[in-house]
Design a protein around this ligand. Sequence first.
Ligand code: SF4
Length: 259
Amino acid sequence: MRETPLARTRRVRKINRELGRAYPYAVAELDFENAFELLVATVLSAQTTDVRVNSITPELFRRFPDAQAMALADERELQDLIRSTGFYKAKASSLLGLSQALVAEHEGEVPARLDALVKLPGVGRKTAFVVLGNAFGRPGLTVDTHFGRLARRLEMTTEEDPVKVEKDVAALFEPRDWTMLSHRLIFHGRRVCHSRKPACGACPIAKWCPSFGIGETDPAEAHQLLKYELAPGREDLAEKMRAGYTRRQLRAEGYSLGA
Ligand code: SF4
């Protein structure tokens, strides 16, 4: 029997609540102190992991703490600082271009508007929503590869195109829930509902997932597939995250926050 629109809305909202219980500590996994740092880190995160970006941004922001400083950067030096994030030539050129545009058009400040953000070099809707949601508290859906895959598996959409996915998912939730839903789906995609080996048998939302069974369903086997703080043997890290330790505190205690 086909699911009615009302039943779907109820089901996916239950999923959001359950993910909130599973990941009460879900936040943007990029480290940042202000909107400029988040914008730069998000541009750098294309085609690489947040963990890798976090490993190079302290030195990058020590050298270039704001748009004014980065706008005057030597391109070679910038490339060297961000080399390990991949596509470093294109990314350095975007960072220079966007810093110069911030200085020329926005007095060096990051604008809190979608239309202005997407005009900056290297900034698409996804990056813009990350910045709006996390640096300015404006609701936004961040449709990255994890979000898109999960939205389809959870039958929030059948679309592949990120803008269409965003539209379908936006219609199912209140705007105030958009930013946290984004964090939670991305967290879940990284830890449990992987692209190739989803850990269905260890999934807290299996009960409401129409795709249950596309991955490992045996609980013990599925548990072995979990990543990050849910990976076998990292229970104390998960406990500290639930207790509210910040990523910075955990790193200072010697925990590795990678997959
Ligand atoms: S049940 Fe499986 S497919 Fe569904 S969300 Fe969980 S891991 Fe993903």
